[in-house]
Structures are given as C-alpha cells and as structure tokens.
Design a protein around this ligand. Structure first.
Ligand code: MGD
Ligand code: MGD
Ligand code: MO
Length: 743
C-alpha cells in the first residue's frame, strides 16, 4: 500500500462557497501541518493544507481531511451532565456542574490537602490550557498530582533529553531530515503515524536517492518495506542491538575524538558497560543476523550526517529511557549533533504533547525549571506573585502511580481532561476498579468509555472552535485561530479552567486573582514572560507572528527572532548546575540525584554519556503464553476513535479490531484469514478476527489499540501490562505475552 496516493490537499467540494479560510494546524499527530479551515455561515465545511507552510507544503494526512466531521456529529454533548442517585448521567446547567465540582474539590482539599486531588490531561490541547492547569494545580489547588496521557506517549523523551543534554527539547528538527544522509527510524512506523513527514522524506529519496533509511521494528511495517536496512529484532531487545552498535563505533574508532574531548563527559563509564557487547552476543538476543548488525554499525559509524527518530517501539518498551540514551550516545560519539542534517529527534506523538511538558502542566515545572533548585522555584513564585512555600513541589507521579493512590483511597478527586483512559491505559480491569473510587470529572465532547465512570461530564468546544497554540515534535509553535463560534452550550477547555479558578477564589499573595488573564492570548503573553531565559524561551513570539510566519521554533527571542532550527549549534549543552532542568536520576532505581551528586560530575555545558545497561523485557513468552503481544496504530485511525470513528471514510477502511499473525503460526494453529480467534494474556481476553501474512515474525502478534471505546468492541488494553520504565514511568505497552486459541 502506498500511502502517498492517499494524501489529500483539500477537502472542500466547492471553493466558491467558502466565506473565509481561517489559519490553523492539524490536530491529529505531532507533525503539526499548517492547515486552513474553510468556513461558510459559521459552519466548518472543509480543510486545506497551507501551501507555503514549511512543515507540510500543502500536504494533509488522510484523516486530517475529515478532521472537522466529528465537530458536526449528532451525538456531541451540548450540556454538562451530573450523575444522579439512580446512577444515570443527567443534563445540568453549567452553574450546577461547576458548583458541584467546586464543592467537591474544596471538600477533598480540606480533608486531604493537595495529595487528594489530581488533574490528568492531554497532549492534544493548547499551551494556554496546560499553563493554566499547571498554575491552578500548583499554586491554587496546591497539588503535585498533575499528569497526562503524555505519560503513555512521550514521557521517555523528556528523561532521555534531560539525562544527556541537561534539559528537554529535541536537538534536531524536521529540516535536518531534509539534509541527512542517513535517517534511522527507531520503533517509529512513520508511514502510518506521520504520513506527511514520511511523504517529505520519500519525495526526496525518490528524487535524490537520499537518505539511506534504517528502520528498526519487529514488524514489516509500510515504513520497513521502504527501508534500505530493516532490522526486525525480537521485541524488547532494542538495547542489546544498540549496545553492540555503540561498542562497534568505539572498537572501530568511528568516533569524533575532538568532539568527545571538548564537549562531553563520561564516555569511559559507558565503555566499561558496552565492551562486552559483541555482535555475536547481540545477535543471539535480538535474533538479527550478525551481518545486519555489523552493517548497521558501519552505516552509523561512517555517515557524515544522521538524524535518528524514536517513537513508541522505543518509549513503550522495556529499557525505554536507556534505549533513547544509547541513541544520544551514538550521536555524541560521532559528534553528529548541533549541525545541519544531524541530531537525535526523539519524536512526540500527539499534536502538542511536548508543549504540556514545556509549560508545566504535566508534573514538569514551567520553562524546563528544576524542582530541586530553589532558585528556579523562586523564579516561578516571583512570576506568579505567590510565596515559594505556597507552590506545591512534589515528586512527579505518573498515572500508574496515581492508579495505586486511587486504589488506596488517597486520591478522591480526579479531573480528566481531553483523554480517554478507560480505553488507553494498560491493564483495563485494574484501571476501571481504581477509577471507580474517586469523584471523577470528565471533560469530553462525547460520551466515552471514561464518561461511564464520571460523576460530572463537561462538554468542551472542539478543534476549530477555539484559539490557542500547540507545540509539535520539532519545537515549532503554531497558532490555531478560532474558525467558528462553538455550538451553544459548550465552553472551551480554557474557559472552563479559568472559570474554575474564579469560583475557587484562588488568589496570589496580594489577594489578586491567581489567574489574571481571561483570553488565551493574554495567557500566552504571561507564559512568554515565564519562559524568558530558559531553553524554551518564547519571548520573541506573538500570535500575529506565529500566524504570519507559519509557526516558529523555540527558543525564539528578540536576539533570535526566527527561532532555532536546531539546538546546541555552539555545542554548549544545558547541563550547567544552575541551568539544567534536573540533577538526574539513578538509571536503575529512578532515585533522584542530589545537587551534590550532580556537581561531582560538574558537566557545566558538556553533554553526558550515559551507561546503558540491558535489562530486557520483564514479561516474556513462555509455555502458557507463547506469543509476544505487540500493540499500536493504523494510518486510518486516531487513538480511541472518538474522532475517526465518526468519520465514515475512515471507519470504512478499518471498522474492527483484528490480530495480525504470521502465516506459519496461523497454519500451525489451523487459523484461517478472517476467522475469529481468542487471545488470552495473563490479564485479559480479547476475541478478534485474524489477519494473516508476512508482517509479523513467527511467535509475535499485533493488535491495533484503536478499539474499545464503542459498544461491543474489543480492547487490546484488556491484555496489556502496567509495568513502567524506572526513569520516565512510561508503561511498557508494546511487550507482553499471550496465547492464541482457535474458537
Ligand atoms: N494514524 C495515526 N497516527 C498517529 C496516531 C494515531 O493514533 N494514528 N497517534 C499519534 C501518537 S499520540 C503517537 S505516540 C504516535 C506513535 O507512532 P509510532 O510509534 O510510529 O506508532 P506505534 O504503532 O505505536 O508503534 C511503532 C512501532 O513500534 C514497533 N515496536 C514494537 N516493539 C518494538 C521493539 O521492541 N523495538 C522496536 N524498535 N520497535 C518496536 C511496533 O511494531 C510499531 O510498528 O503516532 C502519532 N500518529
Ligand atoms: N495498547 C496501547 N495503548 C496505548 C498506546 C499503544 O500504542 N498501545 N498508545 C498510548 C499513547 S502514545 C497515547 S497518546 C494514548 C492516547 O489515548 P487517549 O488520550 O486516551 O486517546 P484519545 O482518543 O486521543 O482521547 C482523547 C479524548 O479527548 C476528547 N476530545 C477531543 N477533542 C477535545 C477537546 O477539544 N477538548 C476536550 N476536553 N476533549 C476532547 C476525545 O473525544 C477523546 O475522548 O494511548 C496510549 N495507549
Ligand atoms: Mo501518543
């Protein structure tokens, strides 16, 4: 299947009929394509790609073309709902719903303090929403329990960037992909999950033969099928492969000594770990032929320019952070960072997932600030005009930890914004039981699997109906203008948050309202000041410029108004003790390091090599469960399908879940194409039709995770496990075990 044939530029039937085109950005995936929304009579009637937008040059993903269809869906919610004594959700006014939320949160806050309340948000919202969540959460509710679905998505990016370079922020950008001789796509099925960027890569490859493409994925994905070198390693063995590659680079002296000597520290510690990683050893663990590993090492060792992307095959995997650190190590060994065509490009997934980290809505602190550095906390307190002791600073607790706190009755108020955890979290049986305990607010335009356990449902405005900014996977900030007025009865996420703060009477230390702004643009202006002097400095941006320039990358300042295409061009990293975002963690236990421990290394602007010790998957196939269970995405759908499930054109392409099986495995089990099979994991059972072919290696199966929101659907997450990476706390959604039964 060639996805290039399904890229659409525009979905408007009749250009003449359009009253106006409104500047926006696609809200599906992290590429951040510039779009224009076609409006007639306050109705969205289509979408087009912006031709001179540097990211997509007019291209659109197939789903994007129908992006506005769910807005007009008949089953949208137009009024808040409150669960009544009979247990049914019943329409209510905004005052009734907000009063109840305020009463309940005050009750819990009084009884338990900030540890009793949590906000679980998203990577699909606006910076202005996230910033407000961070401010309300830390300085208003005084909770540190702020997390988001980004925990399942790109939490690993944050940690691997902090540990290697001192702060969050991807070093390379999409522009570097256009110049790279070699691109390594690591656990990243970009053909299905970033189709526009893929088209950008393939168009160049067709015209020039470049880049050389290395794809690391156990499956023969559409991406892998185009690769020059496909490494279909055994699931969960990323780090075995990368350790051998790192060792080869050192052994063959394919390293940049000047760069290493001048700009890095700690290579010797790493060498001790990797010198035992022969190609033979890695071959046994990964199942890859020795020649393929040697070829990969040589290509990575000799290429003049290299961009490496990582995504869920790395992040939702065992050894997640260590895997990404190994990729950073490779770039540092070769000095392939901070120059054109070079750098690690740890991807985002959702359209604005990195943005939530940047502004501090997700357990991070605004402006990549270090919670363990009192100076940084003082800066936040000054910006917000609150006392330092009134800022709730606590350990970042991921959603899986929060589930445990719900089970124990510790979290009693849980506000779920723009995410559908009763489909998307692993080990659903546990999730449901845990989330039934607290008082749950769900902010969603539709009834979902999660609203089934909600006590209050708030209906928000959707994409196209609100204004704000998003941050894509390469640090580009785009502005989305409001194309149409939201339907009667709904409020934007931003308005809901600001209204909550007002009703809660959150104040600064002079008794003025904590949230002094009332429009997204005012919030952005305030945030800009908070970002000043930090890696993500946005002081050079305005909504007007963002629209005119079709997005700008941070840092963007008065001195550097065009923004930075790539970070670290001066090879000065963000590791100085008073600048860095964190003092780091012990790589095995996740214990936070102290300032003293960090200072003992004294990186002071140098990048750090990190030791990458292979652990491997904790749950492996065995007698009772002989197959690997892998889960992930299809080009046609977006996550839990609350949007694409309402686009008939996309539903038609992939209406039902299935399990992909290797032909030989299917023969052995006498399973026929399309026949329903039972998949049993240690946690749950799912029955879906079989799809047989050569995509999967023997002993491995794949189930798309898009299903389970709608009545009667099977959910892959009934089977997945909730173990997490020690540093990023991201769950290992890609690897668990299962067996197949013929029904
Ligand atoms: N069509 C579509 N596009 C999307 C999304 C969507 O829902 N639909 N969601 C967006 C979001 S939020 C995200 S996070 C991204 C995710 O984008 P991707 O990460 O590209 O998508 P996935 O399918 O989750 O996983 C990628 C690949 O990891 C492989 N993998 C599994 N185990 C391993 C392993 O041990 N090692 C390696 N190297 N690879 C392994 C899987 O076989 C799979 O092909 O997509 C974004 N784009
Ligand atoms: N097994 C398995 N599980 C996975 C993954 C996997 O690869 N395998 N991937 C994980 C990853 S990377 C991700 S990102 C998550 C995604 O998982 P989720 O975030 O749970 O999935 P979505 O369907 O994007 O949920 C977004 C919700 O927001 C609602 N919504 C839409 N627009 C708006 C709006 O403007 N405002 C508000 N308030 N709500 C809105 C939608 O109706 C929907 O219910 O899934 C994770 N789960
Ligand atoms: Mo994601």
């Amino acid at each position: 299947m060639d996805h290039r044939n399904v890229l659409h530029e525009q979905s408007v039937a009749d250009n003449e009929a359009v009253d106006r085109w409104v500047h926006s950005t696609c809200n599906l995936c992290s590429v951040g394509c510039g779009t224009e929304i076609a409006v007639k009579d306050n109705q969205i009637i289509g979408i087009g790609g912006i031709d001179d937008h540097p990211i997509n040059k007019g291209r659109l993903d197939p789903k994007a073309k129908y992006q506005w269809i769910p807005n007009n869906s008949k089953d949208r919610l137009y009024t808040p709902l409150i669960r009544n004594e009979q247990g049914d959700l019943e329409p209510a006014s905004w005052d009734e719903a907000m009063d109840l939320i305020v009463r309940k949160s005050k009750e819990v806050l009084k009884e338990k303090g900030g540890d009793g309340v949590a906000i679980y948000s998203t990577g699909q919202g606006f910076l202005e929403d996230y910033y407000t969540i961070g401010k309300i959460g830390r300085a208003g509710m005084k909770t540190h329990l702020l997390d988001a679905n980004t925990r399942l998505c790109t939490a690993t990016t944050e940690w691997c960037l902090i540990e290697s370079f001192g702060s969050d922020g991807v070093p390379a950008s999409f522009d570097d992909m256009d110049e790279a001789d070699t691109i390594m796509l690591f656990g990243h099925n970009i053909a299905e999950t970033g189709s526009v960027l893929w088209d950008r890569i393939l168009s160049r490859k067709k015209a020039t033969g470049k880049p050389y493409l290395i794809v690391v994925d156990p499956r023969k994905t559409p991406t892998a099928r185009e690769a020059d070198l496909h490494l279909d390693l055994k699931p969960g063995t990323n780090l075995a492969l990368l350790n051998a590659i790192q060792n080869e680079l050192v052994k063959n002296d394919w390293v940049d000594h000047d760069f290493i000597n001048n700009h890095t520290l700690k290579l010797n510690d790493l060498k001790e770990e990797i010198n035992k990683w022969t190609i033979g050893k890695a071959s046994k663990i990964t199942g890859l032929p020795e020649e393929k590993i040697a070829l990969a090492a040589e290509k990575l060792g000799k290429t003049d320019t290299l961009v490496s992307t990582t995504l869920q095959g790395a992040y939702q995997s065992s050894d997640a952070t260590a895997t990404c650190l190994a990729i950073n190590n490779i770039h540092l060994m070769r000095g392939l960072i901070g120059k054109p065509g070079c750098g690690p490009l740890h991807m985002a997934g959702q359209p604005s997932s990195s943005g939530n980290r940047t502004v501090g809505g997700v357990g991070t602190y605004p402006g990549n600030r270090n919670p363990n550095n009192p100076k940084h906390i003082q800066e936040i307190a000054e910006h917000w005009n609150v006392r330092e002791e009134d800022l709730e600073i606590g350990p970042n607790k991921g959603i899986i930890k929060q589930l445990e706190m719900m089970e124990k009755g510790q979290i009693e108020f849980f506000w779920n914004i723009h995410t559908n955890p009763l489909v998307s979290l692993p080990n659903q049986e546990r999730v449901r039981k845990a989330m039934e305990k607290p008082f749950v607010v769900v902010q969603d335009p539709f009834l979902t699997a999660t609203t089934e356990i909600a006590d209050v449902v708030l209906p928000p405005a959707m994409w196209g109906e609100k204004e704000g900014t998003m941050e894509n996977a390469d640090r580009t900030i785009n502005v989305l203008r409001k194309a149409v007025e939201p339907p009667n009865g709904v409020k934007t996420d931003f308005e809901i948050l600001v209204d909550y703060a007002r009703r809660m009477e959150f104040k600064d230390k002079d008794g003025n309202p904590l949230i002094g702004y009332s429009t997204p643009e005012e919030a952005f202006e305030e945030w800009k000041k908070v970002s000043a002097g930090r890696p993500c400095d946005m002081t050079g941006m305005t909504y007007e410029r963002l629209e005119k320039e079709n997005g700008l990358r941070w840092p963007c300042t008065a001195d550097n108004p065009e923004g930075k295409t790539r970070l670290y061009e001066d090879h000065h990293f963000h590791t100085a003790v008073d600048y860095c975002q964190n003092y780091g963690k012990n790589p095995y236990t996740g214990r936070p390091l102290s300032r003293e421990e960090y200072e003992a290394t004294n990186p002071d602007g140098r990048a750090l090599f990190n030791v990458t010790r292979f652990g491997g998957p904790t749950e492996k196939p065995r007698e009772e469960f002989p197959f690997w269970l892998n889960t992930g995405r299809l080009i046609w759908h977006w996550h839990t399908r609350t949007k694409t499930g309402r686009m008939p054109e996309m539903e038609e392409k992939a209406p039902k879940a299935f399990v992909e099986i290797n032909t030989e495995d299917a023969e052995k089990l006498s399973i026929k194409e399309g026949e329903k099979v039972r998949i049993v994991s240690p946690r749950g059972v799912v029955e879906v039709p079989a799809k047989i072919g050569d995509t999967m290696n023997k002993g491995e199966v794949f189930v798309p995770f898009h299903y389970g929101n709608f009545e009667g659907e099977e959910n892959s997450n009934d089977m997945t496990m909730d173990e997490v990476d020690p540093l990023s706390h991201q769950p290992v959604l890609k690897h668990s075990s299962c067996r197949l039964e013929k029904i």
